[in-house]
Design a protein. Sequence first.
Length: 223
Amino acid sequence: MSKEEKELKISGDKYLQLLKKYETTLEELDVFKTKSPLVGVRWFGSGGFKIGLSHPINGVNSVLLHGYNDKAVIDLPAWHRIGNTEAVHDGVIVRDDSVVKELGLTGVVAPIDKIKSENAFLDDEIRAILKKGIPILKATMKKITNQFAAKHFLDVMDLDKNKDLSKRAVIEGRRDELLTYHRYSLLHHHDLTSCCETFGIEFKGLTDAEMIVKLAKKELSSR
């Protein structure tokens, strides 16, 4: 027997101890998988969005969100994975842990997020804001950064047959403003300089972002 083989040889008791520890570790991993913190989500867009799960939930490895206010339960790692997507940032997918109970699932619900997108609203949150005065609505609209959030407010007004034209005007104004900024943000540098020339805007020394701001303000002021 070689020296290496002698060093690798272990007693029967030691082997049983290692085996028991290994089996315990596997059990702990299984518990972690079944107890992986849960997150409820809702979808407010059109089309669909597929989310792969890191740990199966009720034997399901992925969920597909489609249709307004569709809901699903995913695991926390999956929520972290989609956290930087446009769908989450723009408020198309919004976290709502009440979905866990609503869908009849049991498990540990993940801690509340420390940071929430300024564009993320549930329908009832929008209804609560709409019940308040115009100043609160204007302050809310000022904070959002994507046109979809404004569209979501309008969708809720349509669902509820809300005929408040003054509040609709505030929302539509912010939506149009954000759409204008977004449209210019899609242009290449050369197109931005051409637009600046067309509108008589001095663009030398300006960054693309600065040109976008000037062009959007110019267009919005001319309406």
